[in-house]
Design a protein around this ligand. Sequence first.
Ligand code: FES
Length: 116
Amino acid sequence: MSLLTYTVTLNETGESYRCAGSRSVLEGMEALGKKGIPVGCRNGGCGVCKVQVLEGQYVRRVMSREHVSEAEEAEGYVLSCRIKPTSDLRIAVLGNMKKSVCRTIEPANSSPLSST
Ligand code: FES
């Protein structure tokens, strides 16, 4: 188990968080406290936590080929519940995760409740 922590940067928002090398990138992202981060099985089986690693190194555990093809894997697509950082990372969030990550940084005045 690694005691080191690394900085994970979200490409879409520029936000970053610290993630221990002993934790999955998904666990670290959950600790950001954002609403709507899609978390499913946490075990590489459901695919909701898929991201693309743009920069950095990580260790990965087994992932379902149903969710990450070999071609995707070669381009850095991974299930964030199945990777742990071994260096600082820059990741791109995808699908529902992108919606939740980007929604939470919209300016307060873009809320539908403040339509005046
Ligand atoms: S939470 Fe299900 S694959 Fe990551």
